[in-house]
Design a protein around this ligand. Structure first.
Ligand code: ME8
Length: 654
């Protein structure tokens, strides 16, 4: 997101109503909610859209199998999504349903416009169709010439009369758009995938179906009642029909969207079809399409059709909504995949939230209560603690660009630095010693420093943890709004003198998993569809002398293919090389590897390696190391473990 326009339109995908929401859906919606809350706090006129995608064969079949009409079934499931977002206090401005009359009118208007612009023609389509993904795939993309490359289910051959959209006509303009708008697709690594796909050649897109009914009919003047619109044309249009496109245009001044959030599974639809449709309609293109990775269970994408989903409501009820929100955004770099485990969630709650944030609040309550009857006076903070304040303000200044770049995990990481400054200051200056030495003024200033840091952090953390931050700010005697954001978070203001309100500990320590049904995994029965046999897991054999672990434990280690893009020696070290390794993220990781006895920097440059990507960063001879390389060592020496063939940087290993 750039900061150049006054209005900010933020969207999530509209979710299929073939089953209820899982944490993957909650993830997208929570990210969008975070951006919308930040954008409002930053003073932008914000419109946040979410909703449900209700047409298509998949929904028709799901309804039939439950003995319901498609509409009744869609009503029921759509309400479960809406209720969940309401329970989660998601700050959407509109919840759209593709069965809304205004949406249907808007889609028909779009069809007519594309048709009169010469972008739609009639022909016959024959292809392999995956109902689960509502997508045609060319034979070459199928696994064993039958199974869907996305979900592994059996595809069927469909031959029917169809209207086509001239997607091929837009190839050059799409490539031009990607080239001219560096950050139109985030993370940027994903943009390269899209460019390669488009450069491979685009085929015209079949945009109507005759084999089922549950869809938007063509505009009446097309005089072709047996066709309904392809669900993706119908669904993508929601982003503008929600603003009144095709009806009253009431909110079209919010278009183009500032950021359209999606999962990487639907990048092609959003980064290729959607801009091409917009070009055909002569509408401007979105500023950013931001694709996040997948939440997995035991390394497999969590999805309704696989039945391996985690219920977000259960998790939020057990662990607290704000903690869940923090975990999701902090745990996984935007764009990467993450395996959901209660252990990781508990670690984040106890460590980041409990030790660093909650405990700091307790320390402030303790200090100010014991020595100053709860009073906090900030007037002398600058006199005694300017160095600490400078450090805090330097961190705060880095935050907004990270959010606009969708680097949410880095945003939170950076936001934790002021908390470290605060906790370190208490340990270093020791208020109890200051009081003992009669330095009351310094002790009060320290109090003021800690309160100011908590205030500044709570403002910038508010979009991620609204409830907790409201509690903190209330205790600190101020409200979080555009004014306090400007003064405390963007500026260097401190708090007015106030009396601190005592509050209960924010994050009581969690000793063991609270949800028995999530760990160990309780997989529901697999759907009875024919599955790609290659997808079956190998049974593991017990191995003597080695402690066995479950597959879920193995998948807690994130292994990725990396490419060494820079290699240097570490001065004065006999063993270490300093490597910059591209693991498919925004910037390469720095890894310090103890391999110099066997490999020179030159040997390593431009080679591929296997990287352990989720280790805690460590410092080796003063250099930060953000990962580890896999190698095998025996009596003859050490050799790197590498992919047998070149693989895209960041490809997961497992
Ligand atoms: O694709 N991890 O709807 P959908 C992370 N109706 N995010 C996940 C996820 C996972 N395991 N599973 C789903 C559709 N999501 C279409 C969209 S838009 C015009 C039409 C999230 O119900 C992620 O945002 O299958 C993904 O893109 C979306 O849910 C897909 O939801």
């Amino acid at each position: 997101m750039s900061n150049s326009c006054e209005k900010a339109y933020i969207t999530t995908p509209i979710y299929y109503v073939n089953d209820i929401a899982h944490i993957g859906h909650a993830y997208t919606t929570i990210i969008a909610d975070t951006l919308a809350r930040y954008s409002r706090m930053a003073g932008l006129e914000t419109f946040f859209l979410t909703g449900t995608d209700e047409h298509g064969q998949k929904i028709e079949e799901a309804a039939k199998s439950r003995g319901k009409t498609s509409q009744a079934y869609a009503d029921e499931i759509s309400a479960t999504f809406k209720n969940l977002w309401d329970d989660f206090d998601i700050s959407y401005d509109k919840f759209i349903r593709t069965t809304d009359a205004e949406h249907i009118k808007g889609v028909q208007k779009a069809f007519s416009t594309m048709h009169s612009n010469g972008d739609i023609y009639k022909d016959t389509y024959k292809g392999h169709y995956c109902i689960s993904c509502e997508t045609f795939f060319p034979l070459i993309q199928l696994v064993d010439e039958e199974f869907c490359p996305e979900c592994g289910k059996s595809t069927s051959i469909v031959e029917e009369e169809s209207y086509f959209f001239k997607l091929s006509k837009y190839e050059d303009r799409l490539l031009e758009w990607y080239a001219q708008n560096d950050d139109c697709i985030l993370p940027r690594s994903k943009k390269n995938e899209v460019i390669r796909f488009v450069e491979g050649g685009l085929q015209d897109l079949s945009i109507t179906r005759t084999s089922f009914d549950w869809g938007v009919k063509l505009p009446e003047d097309m005089n072709d009642p047996k066709h309904v619109m392809y669900v993706w044309l119908d669904a993508l249009m929601n982003y503008v029909t929600a603003l009144g496109y095709g009806t009253d245009d009431a909110n079209m001044d919010y278009w183009p969207a500032r950021v359209q959030l999606i999962g990487k599974d639907i990048l092609r639809f959003h980064a290729i079809y959607w801009p091409a449709f917009l070009m055909s309609l002569d509408l401007p293109l979105p500023k950013h399409i931001a694709a996040h990775g997948w939440w997995t269970r035991d390394g497999e994408k969590m999805s309704k059709s696989k039945g391996n989903v985690v219920n977000p409501k259960e998790v939020a009820d057990a662990y607290g909504l704000d903690s869940f929100r923090y975990f999701m955004l902090r745990e996984v770099p935007f764009g990467g995949d993450g395996d959901f485990s209660q252990k990781a969630l508990i670690d984040r709650i106890n460590s980041d939230l409990g030790n660093d944030l909650g405990n700091l609040m307790n320390r402030l309550i303790g200090m100010s209560g014991k020595y100053f009857e709860g009073k906090v006076d900030s007037s002398l903070v600058e006199k005694y603690y300017q160095v600490e304040l400078d450090e805090v303000h330097a961190s705060l200044a880095k935050l907004e660009p990270l959010l606009y770049e969708m680097q949410l995990h880095r945003y939170l990481e950076e936001l934790w630095r002021p908390l470290t400054v605060a906790n370190r200051a208490i340990d270093k200056y020791q208020p109890w010693t200051l009081i003992k030495e009669g330095k009351e003024e310094e002790a009060m200033a320290l109090n003021g420093l800690i309160a100011a840091i908590l205030a500044k952090v709570s403002v910038m953390l508010y979009p991620v943890m609204p409830e907790i931050c409201t509690k903190i700010s209330t205790a600190l005697g101020f409200s979080i709004n555009h004014d306090t954001w400007t003064k405390l978070a963007m500026g260097t203001a401190l708090l007015e003198t106030f009396t601190l309100e005592k509050i209960d500990p924010l994050f009581p320590r969690i000793e063991e998993p609270l949800l028995a049904q999530i760990d160990p995994v309780d997989k529901k029965e697999e759907p009875k569809k024919k599955e790609n046999p290659k997808k079956k897991e190998n049974q593991s054999k017990p191995t003597e002398g080695i402690a066995l672990i479950g597959i879920d434990q193995f998948f807690q280690t994130s292994l990725k293919v990396g490419t060494v893009v820079q290699a240097d020696e570490v001065p004065k070290s006999k063993k270490l090389l300093l490597l910059q390794v591209d693991v498919g993220e925004e910037t390469p990781r720095q890894i310090v590897a103890g391999i110099k006895e066997w490999y020179s920097a030159e040997d390593m440059l431009d080679t591929q390696v296997c990287v352990v990507a989720n280790l805690n960063p460590a410092k080796l001879m003063g250099h930060l190391s953000e990962g580890m390389l896999l190698a095998a060592k025996d009596k003859d020496g050490l050799c790197m473990i590498r992919p047998e063939k070149p693989k895209t940087s960041g490809t997961p290993i497992g």
